[in-house]
Design a protein around this ligand. Structure first.
Ligand code: ADP
Ligand code: MG
Length: 226
């Protein structure tokens, strides 16, 4: 479970501290499927980076599965990330010289798995995103949608509790975007908590809750009634 309480964030710019988030209060239960929406520059990625333990609030509280992230040391943060969180980015962030399966198994090294186990897990994850027939392909031999599916396989190979996806369909055509959203929907139905950023209503329509951010504040938090 995720709980942001009175979270403020500012970035240092020279001698100035530029405020970006103001009093953000968000709690997300396990199993939710959430879209964070809002204009460019409103603070969505900053919120995602805080939720994903890539960055810390300047002020406030962030509790992730009962751990206070603000007071955890770097080592503990890295542990939380590896244990709980899978990231998906707009521009995939695959290593160009590694094949699909090598990209997926790379982060599993940190979990201390043996090579054979890593390969098995990576192949399973690629199968889950419908890429069993592309495991040996290099990123530049794959379409944008396929690259994003490799990135999703990499994010889920470790069975994370949370998937955090920052504009995962932003660089894709609408058909590939639909495939990506179908995969997230399926993962969510299987119990993974999915939190994503998008500014497209058609993409957000797959989710069950929409949190709107403007100028670093939550202006609306809506759960869909089905
Ligand atoms: P969004 O994802 O909604 O487009 P961001 O969270 O990326 O917004 O950015 C919010 C604001 O914070 C923007 O004004 C941006 O310029 C600023 N910002 C983001 N990251 C940094 C950083 N590392 N250093 C300084 N300013 C930043
Ligand atoms: Mg952003």
């Amino acid at each position: 479970m995720i709980e942001l309480k009175q979270v403020y964030k500012s970035y240092a710019q020279g001698a100035l501290a530029v405020p970006v988030l103001h009093n953000i209060n968000i709690s997300i239960e396990s199993g939710e499927f959430v879209a964070i929406m809002g204009p460019s520059g409103s603070g969505k990625s900053t919120i995602m980076n805080i939720i994903g333990c890539l960055d810390r609030p300047t002020k406030g509280e962030y509790i992730l599965n009962k751990v206070n992230v603000l007071t955890a040391d770097e080592k503990h943060l890295a542990l939380l990330r590896n244990q709980y969180i899978g990231f998906v980015f707009q521009h995939f962030h695959l290593l160009p010289r590694l094949s699909a399966v090598e990209n997926v198994e790379l982060p599993l090294v940190y979990g201390g798995l043996k090579k054979k186990e890593r390969r098995e897990r990576a192949l399973e994850a690629l199968d889950k995103v419908g890429l069993a027939d592309r495991v040996g392909h290099l990123p530049n031999q794959l379409s944008g949608g396929q690259k994003q599916r490799v990135a999703i396989a990499r994010a889920i190979a470790n069975n994370p509790t949370f998937i955090l996806a920052d504009e995962p369909t932003g660089a894709l055509d609408s058909k590939s975007g639909e495939q990506i959203m179908n995969i997230f929907t399926k993962l969510n139905e299987e119990g993974t908590t999915v939190i994503m950023v998008t500014h497209e209503e058609e993409v957000a329509a797959y989710t069950k809750r929409r949190i709107y951010i403007k100028d670093g504040e939550v202006i609306q938090d809506r759960r869909m009634v089905i």
